[in-house]
Design a protein around this ligand. Structure first.
Ligand SMILES: [Fe+2]
Length: 348
């Protein structure tokens, strides 16, 4: 069997396995206080999806990244897309119905005044949408590597709701503590004023230097993609693309949904940050989800790189893979023991 075929089979097995694990995680082990919604729409990819590829894809070099600032750590050159379509009109309407049912469970954190996290535990519609293999395959082709829905359930189907105060930003300039995510409009952006999703066409190091100097973000470096309607999105490498969500300038309803992904290849490192997640979600939930996520990552690496590896004499390579899997677990344990730290962002 050739190497490429072996790799394909391993990735497919990982995807199927992760899907099963994620599904069982959210159905059989609800965090305390979470209950399932009743009378939900049933997710139907044939009816609810309208996948249309983006016209433009920006690379990390387009954003000014080089080997010293982010390229060396990135598995692909992909940075972000122009606007593209994910949901049909029926899909967007069903997601809006779900978002309204989830809105009473909104929480706050130092960056976002109103967000709903862990919605995949409450909503089967949201769970099926976020784990949908058609979407995962479509996004993998855009990003240039096989992706897998995030194995921290609170990183799936995150929803932002506009703050009560007109003009207050929905979310500050920041990077995500995950590698890949799409940001999709649930409400129709043509029906309200303001509320743009924006990304910075520069590096996160440039943004940090700008903010440290007190300078304004140059308008020519801000991209505000025109969103033609609900169900449209952009995909980004969220840890390297600095982005924000503007406030509404008049009363209206603005809801977006963000779905997170990890690289399907477990040899690719992950960016999850326990200290940051503890600001967004209850610490006992973060600890359980982060532990399971790290255990699954290490297990997938062991399956691919050690259990499926045949007889050969490269002893160092086998030791490297064992150490790499062990280090995933040791790093996760160290992060849990260090605990919660200040929430990182670049301000408004
Ligand atoms: Fe974000």
């Amino acid at each position: 069997m050739n190497d490429a075929l072996t790799q394909d089979i391993l990735v497919q097995n990982s995807l199927a396995q992760a899907s099963l694990i994620q599904d069982s995680l959210v159905q059989e082990s609800l965090p305390e206080g979470f209950t399932q919604l009743k009378d939900e729409p049933v997710f139907n990819p044939a009816l609810h999806l309208q996948l249309e590829a983006p016209s433009d894809i920006f690379s990390l070099q387009d954003f000014g990244y080089d080997r010293d600032t982010g390229l060396a750590d990135s598995p692909v050159d992909f940075a972000a897309t122009s606007v593209f379509r994910i949901l049909s009109a029926e899909g967007a309407a069903a997601l809006h119905q779900t978002a309204k049912a989830l809105e009473p469970f909104a929480t706050s954190n130092p960056r976002i005044e109103r967000n709903v996290r862990g919605g995949v535990y409450r909503s089967k519609f949201l769970r099926d949408l976020c784990l949908c293999e058609d979407i995962t395959q479509f996004l993998s082709e855009i990003a240039g590597l096989p992706l897998m829905p995030h194995t921290i359930p609170h990183q799936l189907g995150h929803m932002n709701f506009n703050p009560a105060k007109i003009g207050a930003n929905v979310d500050k300039w920041h990077v995500d503590t995950l590698r890949f995510d799409y940001v999709m409009f649930v409400t129709d952006p043509t029906q309200y004023e303001g509320g743009q999703f924006q990304y910075f066409k520069g590096t996160k190091q440039e943004m940090a230097a700008l903010k440290a100097s007190g300078a304004e973000v140059p308008p020519e470096k801000i991209i505000s993609p025109a969103m033609p309607g609900p169900g449209y999105a952009i995909l980004q490498q969220g840890n390297l693309v600095v982005h924000q969500a503007k406030g509404l300038t008049k009363p209206g309803e603005r809801i977006t949904m963000v779905n997170g992904y990890v690289a399907a290849d477990p040899a690719i490192s992950d960016y999850s940050r326990y200290d940051q997640l503890c600001h967004a979600d209850p610490e006992d939930v973060v600890t359980t989800e982060f532990s399971r996520h790290s255990a699954l990552h290490a297990t997938r690496l062991l399956e691919k790189a050690v259990l499926a590896d045949g007889f050969h004499t490269d002893h160092g390579a086998k030791a490297d893979q064992l150490e790499k899997a062990a280090n995933i677990l040791l790093d996760a344990a160290a992060q849990i023991r260090r605990g919660k730290k200040e929430m990182e962002h670049f301000g408004d």
